[in-house]
Write a protein that binds this ligand. Structure first.
Ligand SMILES: Nc1ncnc2c1ncn2[C@@H]1O[C@H](COP(=O)(O)OP(=O)(O)OP(=O)(O)O)[C@@H](O)[C@H]1O
Ligand SMILES: [Mg+2]
Length: 360
């Protein structure tokens, strides 16, 4: 049995080895290891660990951090270990994609034994401020991998010929140890196509990138983010193991975001219902403004929030009778007169009196 399996694979293996076809060679060893698993688990194990030591060997040959040949500036932002300060809020689809990537990494040994390759690359596409960069950080934290970020928009601003060699240097470096390589503003390549005359050089650059995606090692993850996915070639889309589409947050996500930022439940729900087509980063900015204005202008947070999001305070109170009572109490406890409260909340003074009496 073993003999038959080995015989079947030997010629193809030799063929790939002699032709220097590394990717296919590795794939065949994995397949072979999967087939041998039943009849000779020890040999199967030895074969899979051979592939692992190959990656380890490359860590030993640590390649120096790539820099631009002229400016000597570092081409990559390296974050050795990532710790997030926010708890990201994902919709169910994205949550599932993230879990799937993590599980495939966790169980990569079992997958590789069967000749299956865990997800190595993903394209993150969607509007600005919805968590694409955040997801790269989140995955780095969860997978405990260093995060290497290359901002293509910055690198592409230089002379194209140089861009090619810079990107090659970055790829070689990132391939030499387990990490997440993150191409931010990935559409910069596509945009360059419109305004650059050196089409040949650009085509070569795209080829380098496509090849890099194909040859990406299983020990690392390659992520690319874009908010102009329509500009990217279909050939590029196809190369990625996964394309993860981000949308503007849904009502329940927005509400959760406010609650996470210490806004009370009913107000969070109401704001989320009223806010439309807003990214997390826009909401975050407005919320911060509102918080600062509340302090600087000595106003209630609910007032400054309504200002920021262009909402009517009285509408909130007309829908939330219970909250209205709470706010009246709150304002009274903060020294406002009944008339001040009536003016602020745009209700009659008798309503205020009733609310305060009921409470007692
Ligand atoms: N899903 C989310 N959950 C919680 N906060 C988020 C989420 N997405 C974005 N934010 C907040 O918005 C900020 C900006 O998000 P991020 O940088 O990930 O956006 P992006 O999608 O990469 O945008 P761009 O396309 O402009 O680069 C984050 O630092 C975070 O504070
Ligand atoms: Mg980003």
């Amino acid at each position: 049995m073993i003999e038959k399996i080995l015989k079947e694979s030997l010629i193809e293996l030799l063929n790939d080895g002699l032709n220097g076809n590394q990717k296919s060679f590795e794939m065949r060893i994995r397949k072979l290891s999967g087939k041998l698993n039943k009849c000779d688990p020890q040999l199967a194990e030895e074969l899979s660990s051979l592939l692992k030591t190959k990656t380890l060997r490359s860590i030993d040959n640590h390649i120096p951090m790539p820099v631009d040949a002229d400016t000597r500036q570092k081409l990559l932002l390296v974050e050795e270990s990532v710790a997030l300060h926010v708890e990201p809020i994902w919709n169910e689809k994205i949550e599932n994609e993230i879990n799937r990537i993590c599980i495939e990494r966790e169980k990569s040994d079992s997958l590789l034994k069967q000749g299956l390759i865990p997800t190595r690359s993903a394209l993150l596409a969607g509007p600005p401020g919805v968590g694409k960069t955040l997801m790269a950080h989140y995955l780095a934290e969860k997978l405990k991998l260093p995060l290497l970020t290359l901002d293509l928009a910055t690198v592409m601003s230089s002379y194209l010929g140089k861009t090619g060699s810079n990107i090659r240097a970055v790829l070689n470096y990132a391939k030499s140890f387990p990490c997440i390589l993150f191409f931010d503003e990935f559409d910069a390549i596509a945009k360059k196509r419109d305004d650059d005359s050196d089409v040949g050089e650009l085509k070569r650059l795209v080829t380098v990138l496509l090849q890099a995606i194909d040859e990406w090692p299983t020990t690392s993850l390659l992520l690319a983010a874009t908010n102009h996915s329509e500009l990217l070639d279909r050939a590029i889309w196809r190369r990625f193991d996964k394309v993860i589409l981000f949308n503007l947050p849904e009502i329940n996500q927005v509400s959760k975001f406010f609650k996470q930022h210490d806004i009370n439940h009913s107000l969070s729900d109401w704001l989320a219902q009223k806010i439309q087509e807003c990214s997390f980063s826009e909401i975050e900015k407005k919320l911060n403004h509102a918080k600062k204005n509340a302090v600087l202008e000595n106003k209630l947070l609910i007032e400054t929030l309504c200002d920021q999001f262009d909402l009517e305070l009285k509408e909130y109170f007309s829908l939330n009778k219970e909250s209205k009572k709470e706010w009246i109490m709150y304002l009274a406890n903060h020294g406002l007169t009944q008339q001040d409260i009536a003016n602020k909340l745009e209700v009659s003074r008798s309503t205020i009196v009733r609310a305060l009496q009921n409470k007692k």
